[in-house]
Write a new protein. Structure first.
Length: 94
């Protein structure tokens, strides 16, 4: 993996709401042995997982974390989720 020991921040398209979401990929310094996906709580952002991402990277775990719609620097749209499955659709981007 050529991206070892790096962090990538990008905006990705959401399938369900046509909004762009903030995604961070934290790569470990060695070939990953596992992948973790971090989803923050109702008042959080992906920054909440900075320390955990480092600890997981130290254990050679690749970390994906993102700001849910309306959080952090992801685009905002007023309203509500029709179902928890809307969050699952977001994860299919990876």
């Amino acid at each position: 993996m050529s991206k070892l020991n790096t962090h990538e921040l990008e905006m990705i398209e959401s399938f369900t709401a046509s909004l762009r979401l903030n995604l961070m990929r934290d790569y470990p310094s060695k070939e990953p042995v596992a992948i973790a996906i971090c989803h923050h709580g109702i008042t959080g952002t992906l920054k909440y997982y900075d320390k955990l991402a480092k600890e997981l990277n130290d254990a050679n775990i690749l970390v994906y974390r993102y700001d849910a719609r309306g959080h952090g620097i992801s685009e905002r749209k007023r309203g509500y989720l029709k179902s928890i499955f809307e969050l699952v659709e977001i994860l299919k981007l990876w």
